[in-house]
Write a protein that binds this ligand. Structure first.
Ligand code: COA
Length: 456
């Protein structure tokens, strides 16, 4: 087993004075995951980067303090208010930067399929400590014996969604490389605050069933049992041809009149495939209700659209539901249609109605994942449910801090049953990678079902 030891840790503050004061968070910032979301980048620096002792750490530290001048909310801290609501205190306290050393070569990570080694690359975060003291961004640089490095960015989801987190990392890399800032973040969150009007004046009226508790396994009074089960992670590749096969199959049987002319997208058919395979692998009864959570970027769905570089949580979750038996036995277009229907519900009015709905809730605590999901916080999207998040349109690859582009980028860890991500393949060849966590007992069957249709 690889050992990783801490070399040093410091708080990095903005290089110039920045605005100080309380920044209200939106309802979307405070519902869903409030934990830090880790992403890991692996590099093989060469040339002078290898020989100069602290060059990488120093470059990161200097450029971080400069980028925080523009992204200063990330240097602040959360403050807890009533009803499990939070405020963002912009106080420039800083971002934590850690340097660590591994007693192994990069080869120990093999082909970068998630393994327990990755846990050593992610800084542990103590969520029992007062939230006012926890940095919103924690970065760990880990040096390997061979000169390779891992950079892990753990960024609070209360302050930035995937789009915003990657915007920050990309701009930081630009400054570290000696370039200038390309696109400043749009920091004013008022655009996404609930409208100040009485609930009775809200027209049209939407049902916000995305906040209902997700379905349970038939015969189980709650999800406690399922939460405790051992899980495992797999990275499953689909070639461009396999993705086309999924599309063709779903489009062949598509109910045209209900869904318009537009064929199913890659996301819709891949998420449908994951959903159907999971239902089979989990051995559900025909009548088992199951939900598939879809995370939508609403920046271009609201009218007027949000500024392109809106910094915060410009996302909303909706849930597609169905009976496992229907999903498995009907053509794949059925599952894909259920997913499209859920996505199509998200109009501009729906988004603002969701904000109003959340604003009128007294207490957010039932909607939040603050701690490790396994400690029973928040809604459970494990068996019989799934969450399928698309990273297809995110700027994932080519993040060069000055020592070349990463050789790998991926989710730092994701170990909650039902948690899945769809990523583009690294080679730009149209392939797709599905990063999926499932109960260990179901994974073998899942993989069998996932690939079996392509063999016929
Ligand atoms: N680059 C290239 N093509 C793009 C694109 C981009 N940035 N954005 C859209 N397209 C094209 C694609 O061709 C796609 O069809 P294809 O995948 O079959 O080729 C088509 O437009 C439709 O894309 P989109 O409107 O995004 O629909 P979708 O079905 O692919 O995805 C959602 C649905 C809800 C997942 C997606 O709209 C979304 O919101 N994604 C963001 C999720 C997110 O924020 N993730 C991070 C969470 S922290």
């Amino acid at each position: 087993m690889m050992r990783v030891v801490l070399i040093r840790s410091c708080l990095v503050q903005p290089a110039e004075p920045t605005w100080n004061g309380p920044m209200p968070l939106t309802e979307f910032d405070q519902t869903g995951s409030l934990s830090h979301i880790p992403t890991t980048y692996i590099y093989r620096p060469s040339g002078t980067w290898l020989t100069q002792k602290d060059a990488i750490f120093t470059t990161l530290k200097t450029s971080l303090s400069r980028i925080l001048v523009h992204f200063y909310p990330l240097a602040g801290r959360l403050r807890c208010l009533d009803g499990a609501r939070f405020l963002l205190e912009c106080n420039g306290k800083g971002v934590q930067l850690i340097q660590a050393e591994a007693d192994a070569d990069l080869d120990i990570l093999g082909d970068f399929t998630p393994s327990p080694h990755f846990y050593h690359l992610i800084p542990p975060i103590n969520y029992q400590a007062p939230i006012e003291e926890t940095p919103l961004v924690i970065v760990q640089l880990t040096k390997f014996k061979c000169g390779g490095i891992a950079l892990n960015f753990s960024i609070s989801h209360a302050v930035a969604d995937g789009q915003s987190a990657l915007h920050f990392i990309t701009e930081w890399a630009n400054l570290a490389r000696g370039d200038s800032l390309r696109n400043p973040p749009f920091l004013d969150r008022k655009l996404l605050r609930a409208r100040d009007r009485p609930p009775s004046a809200q027209v049209p009226c939407f049902v916000h069933e995305q906040f209902d508790p997700p379905p349970l396994v038939i015969g189980h009074p709650n999800c406690e049992n399922e939460r405790k089960k051992e899980t495992t992670v797999a990275m499953l590749k689909l070639t461009k041809i396999q993705v086309e096969m999924l599309k063709n199959e779903a489009n062949r049987t598509r109910p045209l009149n209900e869904l318009g002319d537009r064929g199913f997208t890659r996301y819709e058919v891949i998420a449908a495939h994951i959903w159907r395979c999971a239902c089979r692998a989990r051995g559900h009864l025909y009548e088992q209700r199951t939900g598939l959570g879809v995370c939508l970027d609403i920046r271009n769905r609201v009218q007027p659209p949000l500024p392109e570089k809106y910094f915060g949580n410009g996302i909303i979750d909706v849930v597609a539901t169905g009976l496992s038996g229907d999903l498995v036995t009907r053509p794949s277009s059925y599952a894909a249609s259920r997913i499209r229907e859920a996505i199509n519900r998200v109009s501009s009015e729906f988004v603002y109605s969701t904000l109003d709905h959340l604003k009128n809730l007294k207490d957010f605590s039932g909607l939040q994942d603050i701690y490790d999901v396994k400690t029973n916080q928040g809604p459970f999207y494990g068996n019989p449910n799934l969450g399928v998040v698309s990273w297809l349109a995110l700027p994932l690859y080519g993040t060069d801090f000055g020592w070349g582009k990463e050789i790998f980028m991926g989710p730092g860890n994701h170990d909650c049953d039902g948690d899945s991500l769809i990523l583009p393949g690294r080679d730009g060849d149209g392939s797709i990678v599905v990063a999926l966590c499932l109960q260990a007992a179901c994974m073998e069957d899942f993989q069998k079902f996932f690939y079996q249709d392509f063999r016929n």
